[in-house]
Design a protein around this ligand. Structure first.
Ligand code: URA
Length: 205
């Protein structure tokens, strides 16, 4: 495909695709963010894991899932024996979208046009990695990868197939779990994420 050809050009260039992502100014989100956060992991990973967008910590450090959501992600992955370093970990949107409140930066969910605009990079990463399975964490990733914004809770734990795409296993976003106030609900959601991560590990084994 055309994207595959682009992806191999990036491979050949210094810095490759990640460098191209870092220089992105294709939408206004780059203006307020510190930096773009490209995906990271082995270029031949069998499993690709997709989140929503970088958070505050990820924006500052330039790496995906290194803040509170990343800690939850790492803890659950370790619990089920999913080796994060073997997966390609990325986000549907590559820049942090936020509104300032005092000295804090409050996360804003990317809208459909931002998700669609940034799909260019997600598709380039998919073309480069050619994963056998994608684990979509949360509604934004699910929408970017399947085109459907249908209710996530009714879809999680299942694999969705779309022509020309690797199968997509839908699961909860770690930040969603962190936001749940009720301890019982939080434990159940965390167990669901663990179940889906274990399933993704088994499906690419
Ligand atoms: N949430 C995400 O979706 N991705 C990150 O990289 C961090 C938090």
């Amino acid at each position: 495909s055309q994207l595959r050809a682009f992806a191999s050009t990036w491979d050949a260039n210094e810095g490759g695709l990640a460098e191209a992502v870092r220089s992105c100014t294709r939408c206004p989100l780059h203006r307020d963010a510190t930096q773009a956060v490209p995906g990271e992991g082995p270029p031949e990973a069998a499993l690709m894991i997709v989140g929503e967008q970088p958070g505050d910590q990820e924006d500052l450090r330039g790496r995906p899932f290194v803040g509170p959501a990343g800690q939850m992600f790492d803890a659950v992955a370790a619990e089920v024996g999913l080796d994060r370093t073997k997966a390609f970990v990325t986000n549907a949107v590559k820049h942090f979208k936020f509104t300032p409140r005092g000295r804090q930066r409050i996360h804003q969910r990317p809208d459909t046009s931002e998700i669609n605009h940034c799909k260019w990079w997600l598709e380039a990463e998919m073309a480069q990695v050619s994963p056998r399975l994608i684990l979509a964490m949360g509604a934004t990733a699910a929408q970017a990868l399947t085109g459907s914004g249908d209710r996530l809770l009714a879809r999680r734990g299942r694999v969705e197939e779309r022509p020309g795409l690797p199968p997509v296993l839908i699961t909860l976003h770690p930040s969603y779990i962190l936001r749940l106030r009720d301890a019982g609900q939080r434990a159940e959601a965390r167990a669901n994420l663990a179940h889906d991560m274990a399933l993704s590990r088994d499906l690419v084994a």
